[in-house]
Design a protein around this ligand. Structure first.
Ligand SMILES: C[C@](O)(CO)[C@H](O)COP(=O)(O)OP(=O)(O)OC[C@H]1O[C@@H](n2ccc(N)nc2=O)[C@H](O)[C@@H]1O
Ligand SMILES: Nc1ncnc2c1ncn2[C@@H]1O[C@H](COP(=O)(O)OP(=O)(O)OP(=O)(O)O)[C@@H](O)[C@H]1O
Length: 284
C-alpha cells in the first residue's frame, strides 16, 4: 500500500511587519491563503528512512525539510519503522510560496497516517514549529490570520473561489536575506479587517506586502516583473511572502485565462485558484 499527499503552496494576501523580536525574528501580521499549486509526496514501506527528492534543493540531502521532519517523527513515534518518501516538486524554490514548508507539513501528515500513529494536530505543530515559521499553517491551509513569527494562527472565513496567476521571476530570494534587508517604513499595520470579517470578493481584495521594498533592494528587476503582471489588468497584484513570486487575481476565469495566454512562453507562470485546505490525500 502506498499513500500519496499533495501539499499546496501559500500566498500572503497581506503581510505587515510589526517590529523586530528579541529572538531576531520579526513580529508579523499576515493573511495566508492556500492556492492550487502542489508538491507531491508518496510514502512506501522500506527498511529505513529514505528520501527520493530532486537534486539541488539543499546542499546536503539531510537538510531537506522532508528528511528533517521524518527524522524527528520516526525517532519519537516509530523508531523501528522505515519509510521511503518520494518528493515531486512543482512549487518554485525560494519564491515566498512556502514550498519547503508545504513539503514538511506533507511529510508530517503523511507519516502520521501511513504509520497509523494518528497524533492530534497539536502534536504535529510541536515538530512543525521547530522547523519553520509557516509550517503549522501548511498543516492546515485555507484562509488564516498568522501572528508572531507566523506560527500563531487564527482561523478566518474562507475566501470565495478566485482565479489567479503566479509569475515567478528568473531569480530566487532568500527569506533570511529579505528580512535582513527590511527597514520599517510607512504604514505599520495594513488594514486587513475585510478578511477577518469575511467581506472579500473580486470587488474587494486589498493586498499589501511590507517586505516589497526589501525584496526590490535585493532584486532591482522585481518592479518590472510586477508591471508585466499589472499590465494584464488584474483586480489585485502583490508579492508573496519574502518573494520573488508575484501573484495576481482576476474578475473571473475567462479574464485570468486571457492573461495567462498573453504571458505564456515568455514568463514562468502558474494558473492558480484559492483552495480551502492545504493537503489532499489518496491511497492505493
Ligand atoms: C515570509 C513568510 O513566508 C511569511 O509567511 C514567513 O515569515 C517565512 O517563514 P519561513 O520560510 O518558515 O521562515 P523560517 O524558515 O522560519 O525563517 C527563515 C529566516 O527568515 C527570518 N524570519 C522568518 C520569519 C519571521 N517572522 N521573521 C524573520 O525574521 C529569520 O531570519 C529566519 O532565520
Ligand atoms: N523540500 C524542500 N523544498 C524546497 N526548499 C527546501 C526544502 N527543504 C529545504 N529547503 C530549503 O528551504 C529554502 C527555502 O525554500 P522554500 O521553497 O521553502 O522558500 P519559500 O517558498 O520562500 O519559503 P517561505 O515562503 O516559507 O519563506 C530552500 O532554498 C532550500 O534550501
Amino acid at each position: 500500500m502506498t499513500l500519496r499527499i499533495s501539499s499546496a503552496a501559500k500566498i500572503n494576501l497581506v503581510l505587515s511587519v510589526l517590529g523586530k523580536r528579541r529572538d531576531d525574528y520579526h513580529e508579523l501580521r499576515t493573511i495566508l491563503q492556500s492556492v492550487s499549486l502542489y508538491d507531491t509526496l508518496e510514502f512506501a514501506r522500506a527498511e529505513r528512512l529514505e528520501i527520493d527528492a530532486p537534486a539541488g534543493i539543499t546542499e546536503q540531502p539531510e537538510q531537506n525539510l522532508v528528511y528533517r521532519a521524518a527524522e524527528i517523527f520516526l525517532q519519537k513515534y516509530a523508531p523501528a519503522q522505515g519509510v521511503k518518501i518520494t518528493l515531486t516538486k512543482k512549487i518554485p524554490l525560494a519564491a515566498g510560496l512556502a514550498g519547503g514548508s508545504a513539503d514538511c507539513a506533507g511529510a508530517l501528515l503523511g507519516l502520521n497516517k501511513f504509520l497509523a500513529v494518528n497524533l492530534p494536530l497539536a502534536e504535529l505543530d510541536k515538530i512543525a514549529n521547530q522547523l519553520g515559521s509557516d509550517i503549522a499553517y501548511c498543516l492546515r491551509g485555507g484562509a488564516y490570520l498568522a501572528l508572531g513569527r507566523g506560527e500563531m494562527l487564527r482561523k478566518i472565513p474562507e475566501l470565495p473561489r478566485l482565479y489567479g496567476l503566479i509569475l515567478k521571476p528568473p531569480f530566487a530570494l532568500s527569506t533570511a536575506e529579505v528580512y535582513r534587508a527590511y527597514r520599517p517604513a510607512g504604514v505599520k499595520i495594513f488594514a486587513d479587517d475585510a478578511y477577518i470579517e469575511g467581506k472579500i470578493s473580486p470587488e474587494n481584495l486589498p493586498t499589501h506586502n511590507a517586505l516589497w521594498p526589501a525584496a526590490g533592494a535585493l532584486q532591482p528587476e522585481l518592479p518590472a516583473y510586477r508591471q508585466i503582471l499589472k499590465a494584464t489588468n488584474p483586480i489585485a497584484c502583490s508579492m508573496s511572502g519574502s518573494g520573488a513570486a508575484l501573484f495576481a487575481f482576476y474578475n473571473d476565469k475567462i479574464t485570468r485565462d486571457k492573461a495567462a495566454v498573453s504571458l505564456y512562453g515568455r514568463y514562468e507562470i502558474y494558473p492558480i485558484e484559492t483552495i480551502n485546505s492545504a493537503q489532499t490525500i489518496s491511497e492505493n
